[in-house]
Design a protein around this ligand. Structure first.
Ligand SMILES: [Zn+2]
Length: 509
């Protein structure tokens, strides 16, 4: 989001926050907006001119959403009045609604010039909502001519997008880095052993392509005007993530782990689609954000990465799942990016790994959290505050943070029961395996969990501030037990999600 947008967003926060809270509770109804003009305009999409309902408020014109969606595409799901509406374009979901001058895109939130207005014939929305949705994803440009009462839609002029490609193979992983001077509009398509990056509305200009070294995992990189294709080895798979400043689209290419071939009991188990296929593991902290530091100097960021890598390996070994890490190196990653990545990957579970730290050196044991705006107790509230700290030091103001919490809470609220169930299983397994002091399942507004559109938990695996637990956590045998406990919890959760009779063949570690 640009600086000016952010400022505009902040200015109307007081009102907006209050209205959103009302929407979330379903209690208050937004004040009716004064409209100076209402009528029929023309929507000009080049080939066709069709009627378009419009009104003008003090903040500018609004247009009937439905008419534009019919012409430009997308799947519009209208909620009841005063509740969230959804528009799905391609792979992206946009959520907006009356009373809130903001739109959520995945887990990102952008302010709007005014809130959508409920009207006969459906919701009327401001131009910048169309620009956010169709400008970013499809390269459309919108121009409102008030004198002619015409909304003109055109393709944006094509840009030449320079791209620098870098490829390096290290320790069984090939990393392909596509670097751009600005963030292009793109979509990623996957088919068999091909990963395609398609530019939307722009053209590629391959600036600097190093001669492709012979690589065991990436056979070739093919460049077209509109797309770039990675041709992978037959048994390879690629995970993508984004790095900023400059914008880089990164692919880590691994050799596929041998999938566990379970004896087929029923060739088409009906519940299989609701199972757990993709798990995103988030090693807490990273880069200059070290997290907690133990008495002998162990840094939380290092230990969470070690645990996450081991958990990934063990999960893949034990069940046919795809496991993605939010970071696989010592890198700083904003909390929103972690959740955004999980949303992008369409993860079925999100597990954020952390280690606790408190003043008292004797505090010990594991805790598992799931998200909630309300902390379950004073202690849980403090834990969330500590883990949220990195976010608060970012460039977002506190007010914007509160607004995001409210909107993002809507995303996570539909998964609360499942998150709680997973948290309970993790806590049980940790207590049983490690004989740890049972600190229980707790709720708190952890920022890293709130934007997740899937069941999500945060595990404090132990107290780094406790000298004895620090020593244990540094012991590979102890960590192995800890990982096994987490794997068992995920397996039990997965079994429950897939139906009780499934997975009898998968032996618990
Ligand atoms: Zn932490």
């Amino acid at each position: 989001m640009s600086g000016s947008q952010r400022i505009a967003g902040l200015l109307c926060l007081g009102l907006l926050g209050a209205q959103l809270a009302g929407v979330a509770r379903g209690a208050e109804v937004p004040q009716p907006v004064t409209l100076f003009e209402t009528g029929l305009a023309t929507l000009d999409v080049g080939r066709r001119q069709v009627p378009l309902g419009y009104s003008v408020s003090a903040f500018g014109p609004v247009f009937t959403m439905h008419s534009v969606v019919v012409q430009l595409g997308g799947e519009l799901k209208l909620g009841p009045l005063y509740q969230a509406h959804e528009l799905i374009v391609g792979d992206t979901k946009y959520v907006f609604g009356p009373g809130s001058a903001a739109v959520t895109v995945g887990s990102e939130i952008y302010p709007l010039s005014q809130a959508p207005i409920p009207a006969e014939g459906g919701l009327k929305v401001p131009l910048d909502l169309f620009e956010t949705i169709y400008g970013e994803t499809m390269g459309y440009d919108f121009q409102w001519d008030h004198a002619a009462r015409t909304l003109k839609v055109q393709r944006q002029p094509q840009r030449q997008v320079p791209v620098t490609i870098d490829i390096v193979h290290l320790q069984g992983v090939t990393t392909v880095v596509l670097q751009f001077p600005f963030q292009p509009r793109y979509r990623i398509h996957r088919a068999a052993n091909i990963v395609e990056v398609e530019l939307i509305g722009d053209r590629l200009n391959p600036e600097l392509v190093k001669t492709l070294p012979t690589d065991p995992l990436v056979r070739d990189i093919k460049l077209g005007q509109q797309e770039l294709r990675l041709i992978l080895a037959q048994d390879a798979e690629a995970e993508d993530y984004v790095l900023q400043n400059p914008f880089r689209l990164v692919f880590d290419v691994y050799r596929k782990a041998p999938t566990v071939t379970a004896p087929t009991i029923d060739p088409t188990p009906p519940t299989r689609s609701s199972g757990v296929r993709t798990i995103v593991i988030d090693p807490g902290h990273g880069g200059s954000d070290t997290g907690a530091i133990g008495p002998s100097g162990t840094q939380e960021k290092d230990l969470t990465l070690t645990l996450a890598r081991a958990l990934r390996a063990r999960l893949i070994e034990r069940m046919p799942v795809r496991v993605v890490l939010t970071r696989n190196e010592d890198a700083e990653l904003p909390l929103e990016t972690r959740t955004a990545l999980a949303n992008q990957q369409k993860a079925d579970l999100f597990i954020s790994l952390h280690l606790n730290s408190v003043q008292s050196p004797s505090a010990n044991g594991a805790e598992t959290y799931f998200s909630s705006l309300e902390a379950s107790d004073e202690y849980a509230a403090q834990a969330a505050e500590t883990e949220n700290l990195v976010a608060a030091s970012g460039d977002d103001g506190d007010a914007l943070y509160d607004l995001q919490l409210i909107l993002w809470d809507l995303a996570q609220s539909q998964f609360l029961a499942q998150s709680q169930q997973l948290a309970k299983l993790v806590q049980e397994e940790l207590n049983d395996t490690l004989g740890l002091n049972n600190r229980g399942v707790k709720q708190a507004p952890f920022r890293v969990l709130i934007g997740a559109s899937m069941p999500a938990i945060l595990v404090e695996c132990g107290f780094l501030s406790n000298p004895k637990e620090e020593k244990e956590l540094l012991d590979p045998a102890y960590r192995s037990q800890l990982i096994n406990a987490l794997v068992r919890a995920v397996m039990r959760y997965r079994a429950a999600a897939m139906g009780s009779d499934a997975l009898a063949d998968e032996a618990l570690p």
